[in-house]
Design a protein around this ligand. Structure first.
Ligand code: ZN
Length: 303
């Protein structure tokens, strides 16, 4: 045992220390900035005349459930005929359920006077979730007060169209005019809009809302926000991160309800690649989505 061995041992230790220092200790930083999600979805300006309370209002599915409670046989019949008439001329279908219905229909035997005006009924969406594509109606309510004296159940149809998101019309001959008359008809523009809105399948749509990233030395920091802008809850999936095409990290993303989002904060994720120029974030869903373009975001190093 001499000094020689001691020195060579120290030297080896020193080299190992330098290597560790080189691999793990931050010595260079790279800012990838922030980027917002991009959408190629062509749904804007469906509506030219603001027929609906908010743009692009629809239920998640074209099959819509309902329940009728405390109504006379005549009013129940009015309501069912209204469902039949709308389903005959549009993509929509309605089916009765005993609980968890999307449209709740109730009746009141007493006539309702409001502001000196006789109110035949009331209806409208009661739960709306806004996404970047639709105002998704999750629940609606109809209070049917007056039985229809017309050949068609005009009051029930009027209230059903309110639940589907339609506002009053200024046209006296339109069924959506605020005073009900027997000769009024359902505007074909309303049916056209319904069919356009429901031509999109009831799929989830996971998308990046915002991603920012920063690399210091060999470590990645990132903030990722994701939202479900679809018409259905998403299933479990994964987010993949690549640096210049090389795998960096895989993150589990749990089910997201319609309109719900999640922010993921990553700190000190080891990046094996040196001198990264491009970071890729990818939602690796294996289910159908309204749009897949918004599942990928690429960040480039600044300057
Ligand atoms: Zn009305």
């Amino acid at each position: 045992m001499g000094w020689k061995i001691f020195f060579s041992f120290s030297f080896i230790l020193f080299v190992i220390f330098l290597l560790i220092f080189y691999w793990f200790v931050p010595f260079k930083t790279a800012d990838f900035g922030t980027m917002s999600g991009d959408s190629n979805f062509s749904l804007n300006n469906f509506e030219l005349e603001n027929m609906q309370f908010y743009p692009n209002m629809r239920f998640p599915n074209s099959e819509i459930s309902y329940q009728i409670d405390d109504c006379t046989l005549q009013k129940e019949d009015d309501m069912e005929r209204a469902f039949e008439i709308i389903s005959n001329i549009s993509f929509l279908n309605f089916y009765p359920v005993n609980y968890n219905e999307e449209i709740s229909i109730t009746c009141d035997s007493k006539n309702k006077i409001e502001g000196g005006m006789f109110i035949a009924g009331e209806g409208g969406p009661t739960n709306i979730t806004k996404t970047d594509k639709f105002n998704v109606i999750l629940h609606g309510k109809i209070l049917l007060i007056r039985e229809s004296k017309c050949e068609n159940p005009n009051v029930a149809i009027h209230e059903l169209l309110h639940v589907l998101g339609f506002d009053h019309s200024n046209n006296k001959n339109n069924i959506m005019y605020n005073i009900s008359k027997c000769g009024q008809t359902i505007g074909s523009d309303m049916i056209e809009l319904i069919n356009k809105l429901y031509s999109f399948p009831s799929y989830p749509d996971l998308s990046f809302e915002n991603v920012s990233a920063f690399i210091h030395g060999r470590y990645l920091d990132a903030n990722i926000s994701i939202r479900n802008n679809g018409l259905k809850d998403s299933e479990n999936t994964k987010i993949m991160i690549y640096a210049d095409g090389k795998f960096v990290e895989e993150i589990d993303l749990e089910r997201l309800e319609i309109g719900y989002g999640r922010t993921i904060i990553l700190r000190n994720i080891w990046v094996s690649k040196m001198d990264v120029h491009e970071l890729e974030f990818f939602i690796d869903s294996n289910f159908n989505e309204l749009e897949k373009n918004n599942n990928r975001i690429i960040l480039n190093v600044k300057n």
